[in-house]
Design a protein around this ligand. Structure first.
Ligand SMILES: Cc1cc2nc3c(=O)[nH]c(=O)nc-3n(C[C@H](O)[C@H](O)[C@H](O)COP(=O)(O)O)c2cc1C
Length: 167
């Protein structure tokens, strides 16, 4: 029996992730980006990352046509930015939320880390496309900050979670 999308969503909702915004070259006033949690570190040598993007998203075409893309890994105060790039309610983008990066790539200001990738390959993945990028630049936030987490379809901060027993 074929598993339902609802069951898959609920099962995979148990897999807590961070949240990142993927951007393609675009003006800061009209940034083109999408909220993703499919971001995975694929290989260290060469340094590769992958993301899976819905075929229905306008970002799928934009990414296929763009030589480079950026990822901004969000801190927990940046839920509204995640909502904005996921077309969710409460997704207000404020002046100063974004800053210019290399190659005309908008970056989220104050993100935990920003990554610049050259798009290398793509593979069909059902109703998504798997895009692989070679990591060219990585910058970390200068100070410690907490990540924005996504778990069971909700945003969470790390401090709201209990510490691991024995940790
Ligand atoms: C936390 C979170 C993670 C997401 N991860 C992905 C992802 O990895 N790939 C993807 O294609 N869509 C992902 N989405 C959905 C897109 O962000 C969202 O559906 C898309 O931006 C809708 O935009 P549109 O209505 O403007 O096309 C995610 C959404 C959220 C809230």
């Amino acid at each position: 029996m074929r598993i339902s999308p609802e069951i898959q969503r609920r099962a995979m909702g148990q897999f807590a992730t961070g949240v990142a915004v993927l951007t393609v070259p675009s003006p800061l006033e009209e940034p083109r980006g999408i909220t993703v949690n499919s971001l995975t570190s694929l290989s260290l040598d060469p340094p590769l990352l992958l993301v899976a993007i819905d075929l229905r998203s306008p970002l799928n075409r934009a990414l296929a046509e763009s030589e480079r893309f950026a990822l901004s890994i969000l801190r927990h105060e940046q839920e509204a930015i995640s909502r904005h790039f996921a077309s969710q309610p409460g997704g207000i983008l404020r002046p100063g939320d974004l800053e210019p990066g290399p190659y005309g790539l908008p970056l989220v200001a104050g993100a935990l880390a920003t990554l610049v990738c050259r798009r290398t390959r793509s593979f069909p993945g059902g109703d998504h496309t798997i895009f692989v990028g070679e990591l060219e630049e990585a910058a970390l936030a200068p100070e410690e900050a907490e990540p924005l987490l996504y778990f069971r379809g909700r945003y969470l901060a790390l401090s709201a979670s209990a510490p691991c027993p024995g940790a």
